[in-house]
Design a protein around this ligand. Sequence first.
Ligand code: NIG
Ligand code: FE
Length: 424
Amino acid sequence: MQPPLLLANIGQLLTLQSASGKPGPRRGPDLKQLGIIEEGAVLCLGGKIVSVGTSKEALRDPWLKKNRKKVTEIDCADKVVLPGFVDSHTHPVFVSPRLVDFEKRIEGATYEQIAAAGGGIRSSLEGVRRAGKRVLAEKVLAVLRDMCAHGTTTVEAKSGYGLTVESEMKALDAIREAASRWPGTVIATLLGAHVVPKEFQGRSQKYVELVCTEMIPQAAKRKLAQFVDVFCDQGAFTSEETERIFEAAQQHGLSVRAHMGQLSETLLRPFLRFNPASFDHMDHVNADDIAELARHDTVATLVPGANYFLGMKEYPQARPLIDTGVPVALATDYNPGTSPTLSMPMAMSLACTHMKMSPAEAIAAATINGAWALRVADRKGSIEAGKDADLAIFAVRDYREIPYWLGANGCELTIMNGTLGTPQ
Ligand code: NIG
Ligand code: FE
């Protein structure tokens, strides 16, 4: 059991508690309600938050008065404390960076042209297929530690660079092993349907069958994944194939999410019957689908790191999504092809400058709505009594500085399920 922990003298404590009291993910004007307490304090016990208030209130607490000596006290010296970031979209199981793709893009090739010429996702497969589980687990663990150094305490981690039954299960096993050695929380996703691998070229139906009849059942049986993801787009999987995969996931008790509208528009309504936790990317989405999503809890997870790294002029249309009432989350999309950043503050900064989200909206999208996108909002994403003690201390006076200091890491300390990360 973790020792009691008191964070006191917090300049701005961003609780992210709902001001409107509306259930479900934050939408519209509620997205900018950060529930700020000035001169705040948080008391944590056994990995959970037990009380949240002002420092004065905390010090009057009778339990604390009696047990003060047993409590590890952290003087936050007027800095900002917020819930640890929930990075709800990452692809950490790969071996090598894709430097040739990087150079080709600089010379003018597009992501799709590079993929069609054998680069892209397919060029990451060999490394993962060859690697041992141990090596992959070490890679993932190093990424998790680096994420925590940037303020992230909950991470969704996808497979998707093996694309054989054996290597996808190995990737999920590696995620499980890394997660067991990290104090934060990891939610695993099977992304067997990332792209059709070379050996199935021209036989995508056969590959989809493999995903549905072998990968999904094995991942479900061994409880290796909570979600099934599909890259539904041109050059990847069609809507019909995605529906088939979602049906198989549902039959095996796994929830679904999908990469949607990154390269081209896909009609989203037919998928809502599967109650997807999230549609991710969403660069291309029509107004009717936006209006429909505003009536559902499916989160639109925007990943501006991918737009930035691919050198795109256009970014996902956060404003119409938010203003229509769609719940929006932000994530890094950490991966070797389109978004080699694991920094949530970086994603937030891009969201502010290129997608016109306010700093407050970016913070809620990176915490509480990320938690909704992973269906863990009952325990993650806000600082409330009863929730997991996942906190980040940033060495700034004003929360707006978190996305403002572009490319800098202002995270000073992270607390994951009540355990202190290594101080920066
Ligand atoms: O989210 N679009 C599909 N998947 C990743 C890219 C993967 C890759 O290029 O390796 C993404 O952008
Ligand atoms: Fe992705």
